[in-house]
Write a protein that binds this ligand. Structure first.
Ligand SMILES: [Zn+2]
Length: 210
């Protein structure tokens, strides 16, 4: 069974305040007599479920095309947190939930918000949690929150800590209705050069299917 953990990208989907929202105007239109419908997409790469590129916050960081592809594909664990605001520490997770977790997807109240509503407040990561997960061999951390750092953070300590530990992240996932547990994650970024991130179609496949 597949869980689609991606919100539908529409012009009404909330984006980070000030970011370009999704537009897909028709350059050519069948209704107007053209042989095809042809749209031009405009959007912030941080619209809906997306992968940040290291270039988003460090000048010499990777663009989506060179981010480590294998990190976005493989065993993943969904864990629900009750904290709705502030930094998440290892102690905010159920006992054992973070042990040997290759990919961690954090499910918070944000998944219950409507598409049009920018999440605020939202829970985010902490350097302590990232260091702990790095010690467990974690390669990817995904959130339904719109950032791994606090909304008003300017120095972005968690973003930088992810790059330091060579962990990749996903943001703005949609985990409503997904039971906690272990899955296979598939959430590949587009092979974009010179972009600060990429939208992904994130899905979870249940394990041990006949
Ligand atoms: Zn982002």
């Amino acid at each position: 069974m597949l869980y689609d953990i991606t919100r539908t990208v529409t012009p009404h989907l909330a984006v980070w305040p000030g970011d370009a929202s999704f537009k897909a105007p028709l350059d050519w239109s069948i209704a107007a007599g053209a042989p095809v419908n042809l749209t031009t997409l405009t959007l912030s790469p941080h619209t809906g479920a997306h992968a940040d590129a290291y270039y988003h916050y460090e000048l010499d960081g990777d663009h989506p095309a060179t981010m480590p592809l294998e990190a976005y594909l493989g065993p993943a664990r969904v864990v629900t947190v009750t904290k709705s605001d502030g930094p998440l520490l290892p102690a905010d997770f159920p006992p054992g939930a973070l042990t040997h977790v290759e990919r961690l997807l954090i499910h918070s109240h944000v998944s219950d918000l409507p598409d049009e509503q920018f999440a605020q407040p939202f829970p985010y990561l902490s350097e302590e949690l990232i260091a702990f997960l790095a010690g467990q061999g974690t390669r990817l951390i995904g959130l339904d929150s719109p950032s791994v750092d606090a909304f008003d953070s300017k120095d972005l300590p968690c973003h930088h800590a992810l790059k330091r530990h060579r962990i990749v992240n996903l943001e703005c996932l949609y985990l409503r209705g997904v039971p906690d547990g272990d899955y296979e994650l598939i959430a590949l970024p587009l092979k974009l050069d010179v972009a600060c991130g990429s939208p992904v179609r994130a899905v979870l496949r249940t394990l041990n299917e006949e």
